[in-house]
Design a protein around this ligand. Structure first.
Ligand code: PMP
Length: 404
């Protein structure tokens, strides 16, 4: 049974105080907190079998290699990839997107078209703009509406046989909108385009099945899903990963090196140059074990309750406007108090021990759409409570009084 009080005991950080007040951590969309079970795995790695992987004959190296490759298998199973070698370890979502964008430099031609959405994080905009500059490809944008949903009828008009690639996030970090990616993928495939889905915000809430989605690339960061920072994965269909050139050159990614010619390793090593974040990869596997033991359906159901409760309570505050009111959304509430800068609200909340994010959330085009400098974003995880939301509501009311 899902019991939030039992779950909270797994997270040591949740019992600390900030500015003399119990921490209320509502910045989960930026990074999630880490349970003791994952911290223990990190401590165990550095205490007992820290060694470089893949190239050692000694026992420690073999132990570390086994654990690292076991983590790859856990991640494969979690996302239901067909092969373990379709899981490429990266330093996170940003790295995964840049890897694919770099690969498409040798595929796209002048005049080809690629499609992004209006709801993207800068990580899923800038690498593609750089790709377009290099190749002469043209970037098209699926627009959004006031509710913060993509206008799919406009997407239909953008698609043509010139479209080579579509890249959209599964869930918007700034607004929490869950995008209809199944529909987006099917329509892209109908015109022969490949699809990359940025799963950074979806992975803590939804267990994506990459085979069922038939997605070509799916990227995530471990630190959004109870794992450590500096590690993530790129899932890519085998045929695409074989087609794309390597991203970085170096050790581990080669078959044979001479000064005349280098041949590359097979998947996944072709894309894993240098010593990876070994401990991070193993801890990512442990984080998935932890979340799967709680169950993604339980997590989604509970977080939805928090979302509904928080939306209702915050909406009752006069002069508070919520941005992003999509029918399908996750536990993110982006809001502003009329006439008050989000940064000021965030600073006052911090004094009360409440951690929220303020600013443009690396999604400036969304802020431009609403003609605002930024928002206050409260993002809830499965270890948050309604009492904490009450504390947020009280804090926002106090901030309003102080700043009006
Ligand atoms: N895309 C989305 C939707 C995100 O929310 C984030 C993180 N805020 C990123 C990409 C980038 O992730 P990372 O910084 O872990 O590479």
């Amino acid at each position: 049974m899902f019991n939030v009080e039992t779950i909270r005991k797994d997270f040591p950080i949740l019992s600390r105080k900030v500015n003399g007040k119990p921490l209320v951590y509502f910045d989960n969309a930026a990074t999630s907190q880490t349970p003791q079970q994952v911290i223990d795995v990190i401590v165990d790695y550095y205490s007992n079998y820290n060694a470089n992987i893949h190239r050692g004959v000694h026992s420690l190296s073999q132990e570390a290699t086994d654990k690292y490759e076991q983590a790859r298998h856990k991640i494969q199973n979690h996302f239901n990839a067909k092969f373990a070698h379709e899981i490429i370890f990266t330093s996170g979502t940003t790295h995964g997107i840049n890897l694919v964008a770099n690969g498409f430099s040798s595929i796209l031609k002048d005049g080809d078209e690629v499609i992004v959405s209006a709801l993207e994080h800068h990580s899923n905009i800038v690498p593609w703009q750089m790709l377009c500059e290099r190749t002469g490809a043209i970037l098209k944008v699926i627009p959004m509406n006031q509710e913060g949903e993509l206008v799919i009828s406009e997407y239909d008009k953008l698609l043509s046989n010139k479209t080579k690639l579509v890249f959209v996030n599964h869930i918007s970090n700034a607004l929490g909108t869950i995008n209809p990616i199944e529909n987006i993928i099917t329509k892209a495939h109908n015109v022969g385009a490949a699809v990359l889905i940025d799963g950074a915000q979806a992975s803590p809430h939804i267990k994506a099945d990459v085979q069922k989605l038939d997605v070509d690339f799916y990227v995530v960061s471990a630190h959004k899903m109870c794992g450590p920072t500096g590690v993530g994965i790129l899932y890519g269909k085998e045929e695409w990963l074989n087609k794309l050139p390597p991203y970085q050159g170096g050790g581990e990614m080669i078959a044979e090196v001479t000064f005349e010619k280098t041949t590359y390793a097979t998947l996944p090593h072709k894309f894993e140059a240098g010593t990876p974040n070994i401990c991070g990869g193993i801890a990512f596997g442990a984080a998935l074990d932890y979340m799967n033991a709680i169950g993604f359906e339980n997590i989604a159901k509970y977080e939805h309750e928090l979302l509904e409760y928080g939306t209702q309570k915050l909406s009752e505050i006069e002069g508070l406007k919520i941005y992003g009111t999509a029918k399908h959304k996750t536990s993110v509430i982006s809001f502003n108090l009329e006439g008050i800068h989000p940064y000021d609200v965030g600073t006052i909340l911090d004094k009360m021990g409440i951690a929220v994010r303020t600013g443009h959330h690396c999604a400036q085009p969304i802020m431009d759409f609403y003609k605002i400098p930024g928002t206050v974003r409260a993002s809830f995880a499965f270890y948050n409570t309604k009492q904490e939301i009450d504390a947020l509501v009280e804090g926002v009311k106090k901030a309003k009084l102080m700043l009006s």
